[in-house]
Design a protein around this ligand. Structure first.
Ligand SMILES: O=C[C@H](O)COP(=O)(O)O
Length: 250
């Protein structure tokens, strides 16, 4: 039985004063304890999240990191910095980083390995463009990303990884993949893990769906056998929406 995991990805939103206000609101909510929950905040908000969420069961993490521990890498944050503030997660390979910041699979793989080495849970994002879906290439695209991004990840580490299936055409567009299509791709990912790591790990690994997940569609998506949670952009920026997402079972 996999614990559902719902994580907010604030993206480049909420300056420290706004972050403080939302995190304080989140801390006061009555949230379902059987759901693992967290927020991945901009780097400048990380210390605030550490401080405000320390006595709550809401975890937190970063939206990116470099793979080295320290050095001359202007503008980057490192896994040891995230360890220092006890960050739980780091989002890696988000399609926005792949597209706008030209991150390739080789770099993403180094980051995944580094996160695991430093006990930070990587939330690895994979997914196809609209063009790839329309030409029936979604499985090929995602398989290729998984092969490269998870290269050299050990059997003992694979179940720590959270994989977020995010069809790029559904991100921030209000278009959600149908629950059947989303489940089908999450199943495809689970089968890939089964083939490479075996059935036991494939049953344990958690696979999220991301792309316009909202209070109105969360129940249907999370009722699907292979969808274990959500990576939420827009709807994680409002406490009442986030509350409804976490409390989707109620
Ligand atoms: O990381 C989150 C995803 O990109 C989904 O964003 P969205 O919920 O705003 O569509």
């Amino acid at each position: 039985m996999r614990t559902p995991v719902i994580i907010g990805n604030w993206k480049m939103n909420l300056a420290p004063s706004e972050a403080k206000a939302l995190l304080r609101e989140l801390r006061e909510l009555d949230l379902d304890q059987s759901v693992e929950k967290g927020v991945c905040v901009p780097a400048i908000d990380l210390l605030i999240a550490e401080d405000i969420l320390k006595d709550s069961d809401i975890k937190f993490g970063a939206q990116n990191m470099y793979f080295e521990e320290s050095g001359a890498y202007t503008g980057e944050i490192s896994p040891t910095m995230l360890n220092d503030i006890k960050a739980d997660y780091v989002i890696l390979g988000h399609s926005e980083r792949r597209e706008y910041f030209k991150e390739d699979d080789e770099l993403i793989n180094k980051k995944v390995l580094s996160a695991l080495e430093h006990d930070i849970i990587p939330i690895l994002c994979v997914g196809e463009t609209l063009e790839e879906r329309e030409s029936n290439k979604e499985e090929e695209k995602v398989r290729n990303q998984l092969e490269k991004d998870l290269k050299d990840v050990k059997d003992s580490d694979i179940e720590k990884v959270i994989i977020a299936y995010e069809p790029i055409w559904a991100i921030g567009t209000g278009k959600t993949a149908s629950s059947d299509d989303a489940d089908c791709m999450c199943k495809f990912i689970r089968n890939y893990i089964k083939k490479v790591y075996g059935e036991d790990y494939s049953e344990k690994i958690r696979i999220q769906y991301g792309g316009s997940m909202k209070p109105k569609n969360v129940k249907e998506l999370l009722a699907k056998e292979n969808i274990d949670g959500g990576l939420i952009g827009g709807a994680s920026l409002k406490a009442s929406d986030f509350e409804q997402l976490i409390n989707y079972k109620k």
